[in-house]
Design a protein around this ligand. Structure first.
Ligand SMILES: Nc1ncnc2c1ncn2[C@@H]1O[C@H](COP(=O)(O)OP(=O)(O)OP(=O)(O)O)[C@@H](O)[C@H]1O
Ligand SMILES: [Mg+2]
Length: 247
């Protein structure tokens, strides 16, 4: 069983490799619903990749499969060189703890803990870690460290979630609609932070916000569970046109 290779030593190797990935869910009638229909892609170290497409096209499912949170039905997913389909539970837990970060639309902070405690919790177990106060300072929230989530705005809560990821220094960050619940100004601030994160590690972001997607290095447009278009350093107009073509 190969141990995960950190991006610090991985050189030009892809951080995530997906080969012929399919994913189906059981249907109520006893059959199956095919959701992903053969996806092949790679994510390079330091790449900022956006995934867009109509609602129900399989974006979240792809994100969860390519991060190892959901098992593939067929095909192969490697994260930092490790096959998540054949890795032991222990190896997967270690991969998630030390190498992978997640950001969700709903922030997923623990309500009873302060911002500092939320950031400190996963970092306490991680192999590499950043002081929680330093991570909060990086997202501009040094003065909110002792606030609980309910006393923070949505944008501030999402920045705490980013600080929580920064504190474990993962090699790759997966984000599902990270700006989906935010107003334009807070969303822009969160995106600025994610783009900054992508300078040092890889970021894969699912989004409905096509302006946000256009800030990525590469945009994948999904349609019916397959890659419909792939755009590199696109102009926002090209992203809008590609998504309109996928609807
Ligand atoms: N656990 C599940 N069981 C059954 N079907 C599922 C499950 N998860 C997702 N699906 C189906 O897979 C399809 C794709 O869902 P997914 O959440 O990946 O879409 P999405 O592109 O992220 O959509 P949205 O933009 O609305 O978030 C949908 O038709 C959904 O009903
Ligand atoms: Mg989704």
């Amino acid at each position: 069983m190969p141990t995960p290779v950190s991006a610090d030593t991985i050189g030009g190797m892809p951080v995530v490799e997906v080969e012929n990935l399919t994913k189906s869910f059981p249907a109520a009638d006893g059959g199956v619903v095919p959701v992903l229909r053969g996806i092949t892609l790679q994510v390079a170290p330091g790449e900022f990749l956006a995934v867009v497409g109509p609602s129900g096209s399989g974006k979240s499912t792809l994100l969860y499969c390519m991060s190892g949170l959901e098992p593939a039905t067929t095909g192969r997913v490697r994260v930092l060189g490790q096959d998540v389909g054949t890795a032991s539970r222990g190896a997967l837990a270690k991969l998630r703890r030390d190498h992978v970060g997640f950001i969700f639309q709903s922030y997923n902070l623990i309500p009873s803990l302060t911002a500092r405690e939320n950031v400190a919790l996963p970092a306490r177990l991680a192999r590499r870690r950043v002081n929680p106060d330093d991570a909060l300072a990086q997202v501009g929230l040094a003065d909110r460290a002792s606030y609980r989530p309910a006393a923070l705005s949505g944008g501030q809560q999402q920045r705490v979630a980013i600080a929580r990821v920064l504190a474990v220094r993962p090699d790759v960050v997966f984000a599902d609609e990270p700006t989906g619940a935010l107003d334009t100004e807070s969303g822009t601030r969160v995106l600025d932070l994610l783009a900054g994160v992508a300078r040092e590690r890889s970021v894969v972001m699912v989004t409905h916000d096509l302006e946000a997607a256009a800030r990525a290095d590469r945009v994948l447009v999904l349609r019916d569970g397959a890659i419909h278009r792939e755009l590199t350093h696109p102009h926002p107009d090209d992203v809008f046109a590609a998504v309109a073509g996928a609807s």
